[in-house]
Write a protein that binds this ligand. Structure first.
Ligand code: ING
Length: 301
């Protein structure tokens, strides 16, 4: 039994005018709840420190740098690292990363219970577009503000298991999970900010968006016999609605916990990493069952 008690810490909306300090105090309140519930890992959403700014067009891209963090930890986020360390709790959250040599990534980190950043991931599958597209009801300018991640899909041995990360759109691509599955991943933590309205297809029903989200993370978990913790930023940000649907999925692909609101809310589950072993040794024993001689297109194109 290798149990990790996980808090999936959903954030409600972050308005454009909200400061990082205000957001961090909301995150600390959720961490307090997680501590009370006996958790030893807390997972926050994608771009957890600011509003989902890729909805806003900046003619001059440099103006968007105000949404980025030039160092991590920094003054605004240090309290998160300090409190998690005090609680002996692992920590993961997403943020916009501006590197010293001027690169822009949609990034997430994994911090161990001793407060050390043990893993960094940079979002690889960037949805949306680069230029302003008037036909869209909402802009989705991730391809304008971020570069594709350059770190691949690593996994890290920490907290007694093998952990990986992904971010939002990555969860829709089977390659994301399989890249980590082939490294033996036992728990994937990911955050998402998903607009509930399709900005090209009109009001694609919210429940269809929730369906595609759950379909993706449940399939990824099952087909790689891994836990998946998927955490939303949700609610209406300056009138733009993001869906909720924060879930904890077990290695059989079953949803074992789901949020009920679109606000700040934790859901908690005791995840036994040993629950991943049966699938890895039977149906998804990759060494025994996969036939890579027939998989050329997946890597070649
Ligand atoms: N958001 C959305 C996501 O992949 C999206 C974009 C929504 C793509 C719905 C396809 C369908 O969940 C981010 N931030 O990637």
């Amino acid at each position: 039994m290798r149990e990790i008690k996980v808090a999936a810490a959903q954030l409600g909306p972050i308005q454009k005018a909200e400061s990082r300090e205000e957001v961090v105090s909301r995150m600390l309140a959720l961490m307090e709840e997680a501590k009370t519930a006996g958790c030893n890992l807390i997972v926050y959403p994608e771009l957890a420190l600011t509003t989902f700014f890729p909805r806003w067009y900046h003619e001059n891209r440099a103006e968007a740098d105000e949404w980025f963090e030039a160092e991590m930890p920094n003054a605004a986020t240090q309290p998160l690292f300090d409190k998690a360390k005090e609680y002996g709790m692992g920590l993961s959250f997403g943020y916009a990363e501006l590197t010293e040599d001027g690169h822009h990534f949609n990034t997430s980190i994994l911090v161990d219970p001793q407060g050390k950043i043990v893993g960094k991931y940079r979002k690889i599958h960037l949805p949306g577009h680069v230029e302003y597209e008037p036909e869209r009801t909402h802009q989705h300018l991730e391809k304008r503000y971020f570069e594709p991640g350059d770190l691949g899909f690593p996994v890290w041995r920490t907290m007694g298991g093998i952990f990986g990360m992904a971010i939002c759109n990555d969860r829709r691509w089977p390659e994301t999970y399989r890249e980590m599955g082939l490294q033996g991943v036992e728990m994937i933590v990911l955050g998402f900010n998903t607009p509930s309205v399709n900005n090209l297809r009109g009001a694609e029903a919210l429940n269809q968006r929730l369906f595609h989200h759950k379909l993706s993370v449940q399939a990824g978990a099952y087909q790689n016999s891994t836990w998946v913790i998927a955490v939303a930023k949700a609610g209406s940000e300056d009138g733009n609605h993001l869906m909720a649907g924060t879930v904890i999925v077990n290695p059989d692909g079953e949803i074992v916990a789901e949020t009920k609101t679109e606000g700040d809310e934790i859901i908690v589950h005791a995840c036994d990493l040993d629950d991943t072993v049966f699938g890895k040794e039977t149906v998804f024993d990759f060494k025994r069952h996969r036939r890579i001689e027939h998989y050329g297109r997946i890597t070649a194109q």
